[in-house]
Design a protein around this ligand. Structure first.
Ligand SMILES: [Zn+2]
Length: 377
């Protein structure tokens, strides 16, 4: 048997009001001058002002320059803000994009050159050699789970191609996961990001690698999301449902250090070609791809159906997903979101090249992806 390595190192402070513990945590770590890295839209909202009100005794500055699919130039501007404030730590506050940029601001605060020289597949990739400033993360959405991840996605400014920086040093020193920060999310965002979290748990469980720790987390994450998502969408202020989705989101991201699958290969293509929201793209593809995957791993569909409370066993799991999507307001297909038949060849090309394709439970060829996109239209 091969020797496997597992690690789950992030300290997580979880629960309503967890954000109030950030100041004490930073003071204990010897930090005095945090730079908050956040989304442009969030920077102007009361939720950020309220959070800053809890950072008493710390000299705080805000970099609110994250928007859209974040670009390298946003990271470099954040690193400038870090230096001009004389900051000694970084607080990431926001959705996946803000947290990804915050990690990279910490990198570029203490490294030379441009952030694009640090992406993992750069021909002369530079090492992340220096110790990074202390970094804590506060997610305000429940979907990507970027707060517990060790990678950052950043787009090239000229081509908009997404690149990935990967290093265990990108892990937050502590996560403050406070469901109260997510109650302001509109239902459509709750639904799309929630489907991303559910998809992470399902796809990592279905992928074939040997990782019983992640399998256990993924099944429990799927169970929690399956029971919380409808309520989180219908009743935005339900803290129990918001807590469930925030936990399921982190569990999905911890689980997918195992792997993802063809749903994500399709979603990555739809993001690159059609600029479709990542969670929505997963939601639009998941039932089509999983219906095809089932015959490769029928026992795993039985297990998923069991934990998600689906009556009727594994054969009913995909129909249950379709009902869930309908209930949370995700109806129609790709065409309704502006995807055209002419884009399918390019979508297939990108999905085929995506690393997630290789870990799908059933091997996917180009004609399979072509069929997925056409069925999901
Ligand atoms: Zn995802």
């Amino acid at each position: 048997m091969d020797i496997h390595r597992f690690s789950f190192p992030t300290a997580i402070h979880f629960g309503p009001g967890a954000r109030r513990g950030v100041a004490e945590h930073l003071r204990k770590a010897g930090c005095r001058r945090p730079l908050i890295v956040t989304d442009r839209a969030l920077a102007a909202l009361p939720v950020l002002a309220e959070f800053r009100g809890h950072l008493d005794g710390l000299d705080t500055a805000v970099f609110g320059g994250v928007f859209g699919n974040p670009r390298g130039s946003q990271v470099m501007a954040g690193a400038c803000a870090f230096k001009s404030h004389g900051a000694d730590c970084v607080i990431g506050f926001g959705g996946g994009a803000a947290l990804d940029v915050a990690k990279l601001v910490a990198v570029m605060a203490v490294h030379d050159g441009d952030v694009m020289e640090y992406v993992w597949d750069h021909p002369q990739v530079r090492p992340i050699a220096n110790a990074l400033p202390h970094f804590v993360a506060l997610p305000t959405t429940a979907g990507t789970g970027s707060e517990v991840g060790r990678s950052s996605v950043v787009s090239e400014d000229d081509t908009h191609v997404k690149r990935v920086v990967f290093s265990p040093k990108l892990l937050a020193k502590a996560v403050f996961a406070d469901p109260e920060l997510t109650v302001g999310l509109p239902p459509a965002v709750t639904a799309a990001t929630g489907m991303d979290a559910l998809t992470h748990n399902i796809e990592s469980y279905l992928s074939p690698a040997y990782h019983p720790l992640c399998d256990g987390i993924a099944l429990e994450g799927a169970r929690i999301a399956a029971h919380a998502l409808r309520t989180a969408v219908a009743e935005p202020h339900d803290i129990a449902a918001r807590s469930g989705m925030l936990m399921a989101s982190m569990m999905g991201a911890i689980a997918f250090q195992k792997d993802l699958g063809a749903v994500h290969a399709c979603a990555h293509a739809l993001g690159a070609v059609c600029d479709l929201h990542h969670g929505l793209a997963n939601a639009l593809m998941i039932d089509t791809v999983l219906a095809w995957n089932r015959e490769a791993v029928p026992h795993k569909f039985e297990e998923l159906a069991h934990v998600c409370g689906v009556v009727g066993g594994g054969a009913r799991f995909v129909p249950w997903l379709r009902e869930l999507k309908y209930d949370i307001g995700i109806t129609g297909g790709l065409a309704q979101r502006g995807v055209t038949a002419q884009q399918v060849p390019r979508l297939v090309q990108i999905a085929m090249a995506d690393v997630c394709r290789q870990t799908n439970p059933r091997p996917c060829a180009a004609e399979d992806f072509e069929r997925f996109f056409k069925v999901a239209m």
